[in-house]
Design a binder for this molecule. Structure first.
Ligand code: HSE
Length: 311
């Protein structure tokens, strides 16, 4: 019989949030990944079981986002020979734009950190989680991993140095998440982006991002709504998502404060200032996608303040 271990959960997240490509993201209450870590039988970390991934995830810790994140922590604390077993329970879809690999990386490093009782804070292990996620999409950006680990909405001043700030979240902010079941690989969704954008659009986007952050601190829902406009990335990625503009129009007509792509897509998110509007958006999404024969899953959530937790 396997020894008892510790079990952790790390949530899905919405990156970019319309105005902060690669520098802004927030955690959802659900879905998310679960990881169990226990004492192993042989020296070193090994992944003993992966469930819910349909055979798509590698057991090799150097190639697995959760395994590699944990391995980097073990290197840092000088414990790479410690016998450890990791069980991964994928409870969220891949390539959905909801930070699936980030949730795994955050859960993996958090579980080992808790098991070893290193005393390191979540912020101190963040870099290892980002390095874990980097295996999946090749880029070093914390806009999914930081909220998955730390919770809340995270503004990243600089990805390289992980100079970040948790933003104030106004109470009464609801999130609708719409996930049409097609797979978009982040690498490909990044690959189509132009390397040059117009100066005029950058000026407007800067205004939107600054105003959005200010509006979050002052619970100014009107300005949150006016700010949530992505001039840089949404126009380049919208065509990858079936019925994106029809869905956006319906959400805005239903009273959403703003609507855009979640991370690299295909998921979309809407902010609302009451749960009735958020529910209505999800109902409309179900109708729209069912009518067009695209399987869809919707989630209604508040912003999750906790991030990764032991349970
Ligand atoms: N900021 C990233 C992107 C999030 O949109 O490509 C997905 O990893």
């Amino acid at each position: 019989m396997s020894k008892p271990g510790i079990k952790v959960f790390a949530p899905a997240s919405v990156a970019n949030v319309a105005v902060g490509f690669d520098v802004l993201g927030f955690a959802l209450e659900a879905p998310g990944d679960e990881i169990i870590v226990r004492e192993g039988k042989q020296p070193g970390l090994m992944i003993s079981e992966i469930q819910g991934a349909g055979g798509k995830l590698p057991y090799d810790i150097m190639k697995n986002t959760a395994g590699y994140a944990a391995h980097r922590l073990l290197q840092f604390v000088g414990e790479t020979d410690r016998p450890l077993e990791m069980e991964i329970h994928k409870k969220m879809p891949f390539g959905s734009g909801l930070g699936s690999s980030a949730a795994s990386a955050a859960a993996g490093v958090f579980a080992v950190n808790e098991f070893l009782k290193t005393g390191l804070t979540k912020y101190e292990i963040l870099r290892f989680a980002v390095e874990g996620e980097q295996i999946a999409d090749g880029a070093f950006h914390a806009d999914n991993v930081a909220p998955a680990l730390l919770g809340g909405m995270i503004m990243i001043r600089d990805n390289e140095t992980l100079d970040i700030k948790k933003l104030h979240i106004p109470s009464g902010l609801f999130v609708s998440v719409i996930y049409p079941h097609i797979e978009i690989l982040t690498k490909e969704s990044r690959g189509i982006l132009k390397q040059e954008v117009s100066f005029k659009d950058v000026i407007r986007q800067q205004g939107n991002l600054g105003a959005f952050v200010a509006a979050m601190y002052t619970s100014d829902f009107g300005m949150i709504g006016r700010s949530l406009q992505d001039l840089l990335v949404e126009p380049q990625r919208a065509h990858l998502i079936p019925h994106f503009y029809a869905m956006k129009e319906q959400a805005m007509n239903a009273g959403a404060l703003g609507f855009s792509i979640s991370g690299a897509g295909p998921s979309m998110f809407a902010f609302s200032d009451n749960s009735g509007i958020a529910e209505k958006i999800n109902e409309q999404a179900n109708l729209l996608y069912q009518k067009n024969k695209v399987p869809v899953t919707t989630y209604l959530s508040k912003i999750n303040h906790e991030g990764a937790i032991r349970f």
